[in-house]
Unconditional design. Sequence first.
Length: 678
Amino acid sequence: MDPVDRLTGVGSRVAAQLSRLSINTIGDLLWHLPIRYENRGQIQPLGPHLIGQSALIRVTIDEARALRHGKARLVAQGHDDTGEITLWQFGRFGPTLAAGQQYLLYGEVRTNAHGGLEMAQPELMQSAQHDAILAVYPTTEGLSQIKLRACIDQALGIALHDLEELIPAHIRRSEGWPGILAALQRVHAPRLSEGIPLRNDPAFVRLIVEELLAHMLALRLKHHEFVQNRAPSLSPGGRLYRNLLDSLSFEPTRAQARVLQEIHDDLARPAPMLRLVQGDVGSGKTLVAAGAALTAIEQGYQAALMAPTALLAEQHHRNFSQWLAPLGVSVHLLSGQQSAAERRANLAALADGSAKMVIGTHALFQEQVRFDRLALVIVDEQHRFGVHQRLALSDKGARPDGESLRPHQLVMTATPIPRTLAMSAYADLDLSIIDELPPGRSPITTALIRADRRDELIERISSVCNSGRQAYWVCPLIEDSERIEAQAAESTTAALRESLPHLRIGLVHGRMNSAEKNREMARFKAHEYDLLVATTVIEVGVDVPNASLMIIENADRMGLAQLHQLRGRVGRGATASFCILLFDEPISDKARTRLSLMRETQDGFRLAEADLAQRGPGEILGTRQTGLARLRVADLIQDAHWLAHARDLADALIAENDPNTSALIRRWVGSAQQYGQV
């Protein structure tokens, strides 16, 4: 649709104000929905049902008196046939209420200290406004509700001629939905006779589900297009995986076995797998990844695992080498930290097929990397990679007899994502959840301690380390400043070395190069250090079973997901472990709630749901994925129950080859459709 400055009364100033609300076109005005309504057309009887609402009341004043002290200038007592109310007048504006007179007043009804009804600064009405339910919109400084309503009214008039109906008639009939224009009129300009539209009103539901449907279509179409490609059909042999399990002397959990079976079912098909595996900290995703990789390797293909950091890539390389080398499988590492000679040798091994398993960072999807027969791509901590990075790696598939095949894709995350968020942001992926921890994991006791009790913690660290265990001290999170964060870690290390001269204390921070970080982490794992001071670089993938104590400074500044990831660095052995969350007073209510939840539960999925409720989807998914979370009408928390239905409708429209799918995506998703490309 046309830009907003084509509307009457919208010049450059108003257009700039609308732009602050992400309203740039006339069409954008249609999807800028009210946050509440004011019913000025129906006189309400007084009673507790009005508390918290704005209402039109007709009252007779029993007593009114001027006030000389305090903020109010007048207080009055009024009544109608059903109750009483106290009325407060502030400043020079508004009606002067007189005893014995009857008034029609509009305002918000609240309770006073004595449990009675009160209304502050009531607005005097001359009469009930016929058919007057007024929409109240989110706005910005300088843009009045009257101006915003006038703009939206004009947009509705233009929509009469320009707005297309994109939902098929048979779906609208079966769902009981109104047409698009009727739905918008109901939401923006409800009639008094029909009442205020609630969120379960068919008009609201139609707009909510249509928006979710458009997002699902953007993702499901990409999934549909992707699975039209051919991929190697990998029947699960199982010999190598069984040999691996025999060497490890333990069986996978039921959850690991279930998820691996889901992966094997996908790998056996000639269409590329697109599967997301979620597993809480310590649930054993790495073993599942190894089982999938061995299925490809056993049949003569290659597998690649991509990790977000060199530190994690090198840890995966150590673990996979330890597991797979005894099986005769060569595991190679490709990262930006290698020498030119090492890199050339690894590139040659990938190209000639002698490297069956490769682990690396973003270096894996660079153009000069060539595979002989790549059949499986595993992406660890997938939310840290951009979509196009994953695409680049999937273009390097196996080419037997000159025919290009897409590799299967397995993406994994140890960051629990609420199911509703996973369904919306990753609707292009099939979802598996490892919801069971292996036996032998020790419980972690979490405690909240004020930062002024640091001396007690020094004694605690000394006791733990003297008993042969190890500890982490995580330094304050300092946003967007790795340099200052490193300085804080260095000063903390110096202070701890002074307080604990008998302990061996190491340091890891983000300003170190990869080789330095790996060396220090290796020394900690080998118990050359008793205590490791670190920034949040240790959040993912660090595995030291002997570490049984973690102290996190300024824990109140961190989100639940990050705290949960950090806490997961302890409790990896058989000894009871502890996580101490340090905070400074004063602390916000939200931060206190977060820390209390950490103390109450170790369930990453419960914490993720709480994180979603507190911070919203955009912050949790991160900048690379927020396009899918930027919803205008639907709300992923309130409207989560519609997600599965929207996905089913999307698949139905794709199956019907509906001609309006592209227009639906353009209407609601626009340029954010790029986020659906996997």
